[in-house]
Design a protein around this ligand. Structure first.
Ligand code: S3P
Length: 435
């Protein structure tokens, strides 16, 4: 879906990115903050929530399910507790959010009654069998288009039983759906993962008093959860590494840049892009590390990049950053391969196709592969100006805007509206940092 708005981004020219910037509140943490607070008895305070449409839809969903919400300045107070939750009166709209619909599917498995979850035209084509299958194994009736493969999803909640489950793909969304359902299930629930995926759900459930245990199984991790009551608390949402990555790449490729990205989450399953940029030779340092909260400031200065190989176990930790890392690769010396990333095909768009199309439009040598893409860099040679399409995908739109900084002429991003899903203030931040 390409919608109306366009953004025209001029090349950086002599300007550079020089600022201290706090990227928006982490989207993954924000969804979970709302769900955990809705389940937790009492009044929770959430600070730094993502202001994107995806998270707003999840906020509306928890209200429809019975949570009380009050906004006081930048803070959100949520009155939660299992006894407040009830069957929603209407269909729940998740907008464009894959995380929203999959996590909510697990959440409503624990809410007595019928919940119907649906979203926009992109969501309508995203695979839901990955959550329908384990939820059914838990005894939860789940249906949807094509036998539950696609939304709308119809979930009859209230009577789940625990399972021992190994998702067939590395997916934090699937793990989280099963864990949310497991919270109120009969018996214990265990999810095994061969490759570590983002650990927010287990971390946040544990912080709210959930009976969660994570063990190293040698060939992966197991997350075991017993049915638990959660208690209200204070949740501070750190800055989103997936958004910080756009600025880190922008600073690398814009000569003279010196940027500090504040308070970024760098815990399990999220910091892969930092390692990749370092392998590419980026001038990138961590400061003000907080080992308890898994956050740090990331200090990036511009400099030449070289090609690398991206694949294997690190992929889940940078899957959302591949479009912008591909922009970095296009600016690096040599050929960069992204492999083991077939999951890209089932994101907001087929990101193998849309990333390759974006780069090719800018004159970059980029080819799709079965499980990723191959990008041959021009060693700092500028991209050409072009009109590029977001296809309704926020990360493709922002990758286009970052590439524009290193282009020889203006880049017009069609479908810029898509950025509202995760980063409504991107354009403003760009103007603020570029001087
Ligand atoms: C997310 C997990 C990832 C990621 C998505 C957010 C999450 O998806 O791509 O943007 O918050 O759990 P998968 O779990 O499908 O890999």
């Amino acid at each position: 879906m390409t919608t109306g708005k366009q953004l025209v981004v001029d090349p950086a020219g002599g300007r550079a990115l020089r600022a201290r910037l706090r990227a928006p509140g982490d989207k993954s943490v924000s969804h979970r903050a709302l769900l955990v607070a809705a389940l937790a008895s009492g009044r929770s305070r959430v600070r730094g929530l993502s202001r994107g449409d995806d998270v707003r839809h999840t906020l509306e969903a928890v209200v429809a399910l019975g949570a009380g919400v009050e906004e006081v300045g930048p803070e959100l107070y949520i009155e939660g507790g299992r006894d407040r939750l009830h069957e929603p009166d209407a269909v729940i709209d998740v907008g464009n959010s894959g995380t929203g619909i999959r996590l909510l599917a697990g959440f409503v498995a624990g809410v007595k009654g019928l919940s119907v979850l649906q979203g926009d035209s992109s969501i309508a084509h995203r695979p839901m069998d990955r959550v329908a299958v384990p939820l059914r194994l838990m005894g939860v009736p789940v249906d949807g288009r094509q036998g539950g493969r696609f939304p709308p999803l119809v979930v009859r909640g209230g009577e789940a039983r625990g399972i021992d489950y190994t998702p067939p793909m590395a997916s934090a969304q699937v793990k989280s759906a099963v864990l949310f359902a497991g919270l109120s299930a009969e018996g214990e629930t265990t999810v095994h993962e061969a490759l570590p995926t983002r650990a927010h759900t287990e971390e946040m459930l544990a912080a709210a008093g959930g009976d969660v245990e994570v063990t190293d199984e040698g060939n992966g991790r197991a997350i075991r959860l017993r049915p638990s009551a959660l208690h209200a608390g204070e949740i501070d949402v750190p800055a989103d590494p997936s958004q910080a990555a756009f600025w880190a790449v922008a600073a690398c490729l814009t000569p003279g840049s010196d940027l500090v990205l504040e308070n970024v989450y760098i815990g399990t399953g999220r910091a892969g892009f930092i390692e990749v940029l370092r392998r590419m030779g980026a001038d990138l340092e961590l400061a003000a590390e907080d080992h308890l909260r898994h956050t740090a400031d990331i200090h990036v200065r511009s400099g030449p990049l070289r090609a690398t190989e991206v694949g294997g176990a690190e992929v889940p930790s940078l899957i959302d950053e591949i479009p912008v890392l591909a922009v970095a690769a296009a600016f690096a010396e040599g050929t960069t391969r992204f492999s083991d990333a077939a999951e890209l095909k089932v994101k907001e768009t087929d990101r193998i196709a849309t990333t390759v199309e974006l780069l090719q439009a800018l004159g970059v040598r980029a080819e799709p592969a079965a499980d990723g893409l191959v990008v041959t860099g021009g060693a700092g040679r500028p991209f050409r100006g072009a009109v590029v399409e977001s296809y309704g995908d926020h990360r493709i739109a922002m990758a286009g805007a970052v590439a524009a900084l290193g282009a020889s002429g203006p880049v017009t991003v069609n479908g810029w509206d898509a950025t509202a899903t995760s980063y409504p203030g991107f354009e403003e931040d760009l103007h603020r940092c570029l001087r």
